[in-house]
Write a protein of this length. Structure first.
Ligand SMILES: Nc1ncnc2c1ncn2[C@@H]1O[C@H](COP(=O)(O)OP(=O)(O)OP(=O)(O)O)[C@@H](O)[C@H]1O
Ligand SMILES: [Mg+2]
Length: 455
């Protein structure tokens, strides 16, 4: 990794300075030297090093003064302080002033090597974050997450803010609102970005295999365990684990999961040895956590452990002003995927989109655009490119809506109303719109149905 990375060594003792420079060169760094703080400042100006490794006591300008000036004028340059024995107070003061760390002389080369690599990793991550913040400020975009609306900008800032730490984050929101994308973005903007991002979909794994998915297993641990297999914590070691659809995890497994989170250790099924893991855990759910808690689908102790920060991804119908930006970003991606060159949608399409409630959120928008660009070789999507079924519930959803002769008008109306509410996920405003009745009429009908329940 260090190949060509510029490091400046500052020390008034020629032998120490040259010795350290030779060592760093041998590791592949591009090293330059300075004999005191004043010379160091000149070298920083001309040589633009990424890291300064400086002695504390030096004539002219000492290490502490140098550190102060570097922090002020070259804040992107990292600083490692070398200290003699008995200068621990100054060393601590140095880290308070923003030095990455301090190392005691005589230097332990292994320690130096590791600290330097970690320092560069942190610097990389800070740079990525800085670039991401700028892009968020200038273009309103964070990673692949798009949204200029106030709602989305709040979400994106929160994501940028929590990304660098290792805090657990619970990401909530309806299906298709970008929860997984948010989790990936958190990972990519964290110092763990170069390590794995592992996503486990708790809804897709059979209950009997859930534990082994999390903890891993040894060969023969249970019938069907033909091979030793690492669990997702081991796979994500050093990186980030997304527990997707956490509300679907069996309650017994939740208890085991909690133990792993508390101890940072896993023991594979059928194994006696514990393995230490360093994993940042993110969890996502499209359930309302408080409801899942109340229904006993989510253990409260696990919930509190995961819910250090909660990020709620708003439904698309609540930030429709982001449609143009979302369409632009999704089209760009879909064009690349399908080798198309659709640049925009005509006004009529945009209007139609603005008047829709998007129960499937951004994923549904993406699907609609994807189907449309496949039939449009040109560069503008037109009304006629949008499938006729747009906005209609998928066939499987209208099972409650079988109309046959002999049904009373009142009963047909009742079924239509209830099914529409089902489709809009109980969004009454939207349902009333779709039904072409006022919200008040809808409420009245619902009251009527309540008072005369049907079997
Ligand atoms: N703000 C956004 N900007 C750009 N693309 C987005 C945004 N939100 C969602 N998407 C896209 O929408 C699709 C669905 O997102 P994602 O899979 O993250 O949703 P989800 O909330 O995890 O859904 P589910 O609950 O169904 O798993 C993806 O293709 C994603 O790239
Ligand atoms: Mg998801």
């Amino acid at each position: 990794m260090p190949r060509g990375v510029r490091v400046l060594v500052v020390d008034d003792e020629a032998a120490e300075r040259e010795g350290l420079a030779t060592l760093l060169d041998s590791w592949g760094y591009d090293t330059s030297v300075a004999a005191d703080g004043r010379e160091a400042l000149e070298r920083i100006q001309t040589g633009n090093p990424r890291v300064v490794i400086s002695d504390l006591r030096m004539p002219h300008l000492d290490g502490m003064e140098l550190l102060k000036q570097v922090r002020q004028e070259h804040s992107a340059v990292a600083f490692i302080m070398l200290t003699g024995q008995g200068t621990i107070d100054e060393a601590v003061a140095a880290t308070k002033l923003g030095a990455y760390t301090f190392l005691e002389k005589p230097l332990d080369p292994n320690r130096l090597r590791v600290e330097l690599e970690n320092c560069l990793k942190q610097q990389d991550s800070e740079r990525r974050l800085e670039i991401a913040h700028r892009r968020l400020r200038d273009a309103g975009i964070l990673g692949n997450l798009v949204g200029q609306s106030k709602r989305m900008q709040e979400v994106l800032s929160l994501i940028a803010q929590v990304a660098p730490s290792s805090a657990s984050v619970l990401i909530t929101g309806e299906s298709g609102t970008g929860k997984e994308l948010a989790a990936r973005t958190i990972h990519e903007l964290s110092p763990r970005a170069s390590k794995p991002f592992v996503a486990v979909n708790c809804a897709a794994i059979p209950e009997t295999l859930m534990e082994s998915e999390i903890l891993g297993h040894e060969k023969g641990a249970f019938t069907g365990a033909m091979e030793r297999r690492a669990g997702c914590f081991e796979l994500a070691d050093g990186g980030t684990l997304l527990l997707d659809e956490i509300g679907e995890m069996p309650i017994a497994t939740q208890a085991k999961l909690l133990r792993v989170l508390e101890d940072s250790k896993v023991r594979r099924l059928g194994s006696k040895t514990e393995i230490s893991v360093d994993v940042r855990v993110l969890a996502a759910t499209n359930k309302i956590p408080e409801e899942a808690l109340a229904k006993g689908q989510l253990r409260s102790d696990l919930y509190y452990r995961l819910n250090v920060v909660q990020i709620f991804m708003p439904p698309l119908r609540e930030h429709l002003e982001d449609l143009p930006d979302l369409i632009a970003a999704l089209l760009e991606d879909l064009n690349r995927k399908h080798g198309r060159r659709v640049k925009w949608v005509e006004d009529e399409v945009l209007d139609m989109f603005r008047n829709y409630s998007w129960p499937g959120n951004v994923r549904e928008l993406r699907n609609v655009l994807e189907r449309a660009i496949l039939v449009q070789p040109g560069d503008v999507l037109r009304r006629e490119n949008i499938p006729k079924t747009f906005g209609l519930p998928p066939p499987s959803v209208d099972n409650g809506l079988t109309l046959r002769p002999g049904l009373t008008v009142a009963e047909a109306e009742r079924r239509l109303i209830l099914e529409t509410l089902n489709f809009t996920r109980n969004n009454k405003t939207r349902a009333a719109e779709m039904l072409g009745i006022s919200l008040k009429t809808l409420h009245n009908k619902l009251k009527e149905y309540e008072s005369q329940p049907q079997n």
